[in-house]
Design a protein around this ligand. Structure first.
Ligand SMILES: Cc1cc2nc3c(=O)[nH]c(=O)nc-3n(C[C@H](O)[C@H](O)[C@H](O)COP(=O)(O)OP(=O)(O)OC[C@H]3O[C@@H](n4cnc5c(N)ncnc54)[C@H](O)[C@@H]3O)c2cc1C
Ligand code: SF4
Length: 444
């Protein structure tokens, strides 16, 4: 854990007396060979050792489980010398959300759980969709718009195939796009980088052009998943992947899976990975790292459908986490990214493990005239159902020569309007730190 994260004071060792482990060697008359248990004793000592390590590092002793990173970060956040100003009133709908959350334990959750879930419409996990393998864009659209079919695109399958088993995708026809030449490859055209929708993340990383012209894109893709997954996972697949909310992924009959009569299990359940900004009835954040990066880079999407091709701004892609504005029969053909001249970029992400989904991420693109900043794009990932733009921070930086104080102040504005859940207040500090680092790096 990075000490600069919250500027907390390292405690004196004497503040937290360690837990002593005592192994009592007696025979149990009931157990085979006198044994009391087979595996648990080793686990007991591990838990105490972890509790001691946390106490020594932070001065805080946890007396309850779980002792996970989210709780440790939450504790440090609560102890921070200068609390962040969240200003939840900056998003007026937060008042309504807070009121409903307040009624959740006693009224809303019990009623929706008991009565509402009876009307849940859950996908059939055992259903086996048909497979179509078109070789042209026209063939793809034809398959996708087949009347009466619930067609979905299959690209690398790293989310779709897992999601089918989890019961979160419900197609009766999968349309494989990996053999369609129009959807593959990376090239430059009129000052834009065109990246085919079915181009793999590994191909983006291998592109010398992308590395040179769009460092934030290259940095971000390198942090997605593992080399094995990047070899098959595609650009459009990353953008269109489903939510990672663990209630949803475990096929709980929640609002987003079962329908509007169902509750959100994250309000009272484990919400450490959920949204802190812009959540309403569903608090699942957008998991795609490419989403904030492409938003900050002002990318646009070319979409094919029954009516031909149309252009969609990144800002208009999402209706909610995992839910896009693509219409029946439509597919993303390519992503187009402007290649700016006088711009600097940076992407910062925090994940609990290398290759894991972001807890929070920040993508920054700054445009300069000399040493004066003339335009800024700051997009936030994994903290909101959409790749949220930090427009107040952008305004605070524009027209200035940013110094450390101004950068910190702009970074703190990224959490204005946030309304964390019970377990994810630590994400506010995380976001500010990532924003500060990303802006500072783009300025440097
Ligand atoms: C272990 C693991 C770690 C991961 N870590 C990260 C991470 O750190 N950051 C991150 O961002 N992601 C992460 N991911 C998610 C991963 O990036 C996605 O699973 C992957 O990008 C999806 O691409 P795919 O080609 O496999 O899509 P598929 O699984 O084939 O499809 C996913 C969705 O995209 C839709 N789709 C695909 N192509 C198109 C198109 N052309 N037009 C419209 N819709 C389309 C499909 O219909 C489906 O809804 C991780 C996944 C795993 C398994
Ligand atoms: S956060 Fe969204 S997906 Fe998760 S349980 Fe709540 S409604 Fe369902």
């Amino acid at each position: 854990m990075n000490a600069s994260f919250l500027d907390y004071k390292v405690p004196r060792m004497g503040d937290a007396p360690p837990i002593e482990i005592a192994l009592i060697e007696t025979q149990d008359a009931e157990g085979p060979f006198g044994a009391k248990a087979a595996a648990e004793p080793t686990i007991n000592a591990t838990i105490a050792a972890i509790a001691n390590a946390i106490a020594h590092a932070t001065g805080h002793r946890f007396h309850e489980l779980p002792m996970n990173p989210a709780r440790v970060l939450g504790m440090l956040a609560a102890r921070a010398a200068t609390p962040l100003a969240l200003k939840p009133w900056k998003r007026p709908f937060n008042a309504e959300v807070a009121a409903v959350r307040g009624l959740y334990p006693g009224v809303v959750f019990p009623v929706l759980r008991k009565v509402g879930t009876r009307f849940a419409r859950l996908p059939d996990k055992a259903a086996k969709p048909d497979l179509a393998v078109p070789t042209s864009l026209a063939g793809l659209v034809q398959e996708l718009e087949r009347p009466g079919r619930r067609a979905r695109i299959l690209a690398g399958g790293t989310d779709m195939l897992v999601g089918l088993r989890q019961g979160i995708y419900d197609p009766d026809l999968l349309v494989d796009v990996t053999g369609i030449a129009e959807l593959r490859g990376i090239r430059e055209a009129d000052g834009w980088l065109h990246v085919g929708a079915a181009t793999t993340l590994a191909e983006v990383l291998e592109s010398e052009l992308a590395q040179r012209a769009l460092p934030a894109l290259a940095e971000g893709v390198r942090m997605i998943a593992t080399p094995q997954i990047r070899r098959v996972a595609t650009v459009a697949g990353d953008l269109c992947q489903e939510k990672r909310c663990w209630f949803f992924r475990s096929a709980f009959p929640c609002y987003k899976l079962g329908g509007s009569t169902c509750p959100c299990f994250a309000v009272q359940g484990d919400s450490r990975h959920h949204s802190i900004l812009g959540a309403r009835r569903c608090a699942a954040p957008c998991p795609a790292d490419l989403a904030p990066i492409l938003a900050a880079l002002d990318a646009r999407l070319v979409v094919a459908g029954p009516g031909g091709l149309r252009v969609l701004a990144m800002a208009d892609l999402y209706l909610w986490s995992g839910l896009t504005s693509l219409r029946h029969g439509e597919a993303i053909v390519r992503v187009e990214i402007p290649l700016p001249r006088e711009s600097t970029q940076a992407f910062e992400k925090f994940a609990q493990r290398q290759g894991d989904f972001a807890e929070a991420s920040v993508a920054v693109r700054l445009e300069w005239r000399g040493d004066r900043l003339v335009a800024a794009r700051i997009a936030l990932g994994a903290v909101s159902p959409f790749p949220a733009r930090a427009t107040a921070s952008e305004r605070a930086l524009c027209g200035t020569r940013p110094d450390a104080r101004r950068i910190r102040s702009a970074a703190e504005m990224t959490v204005h309007g946030s309304l964390p859940l019970a377990d994810n207040a630590h994400k506010t500090h995380l976001l500010v730190t990532l924003a500060e680092r990303a802006i500072a790096r783009a300025c440097a």
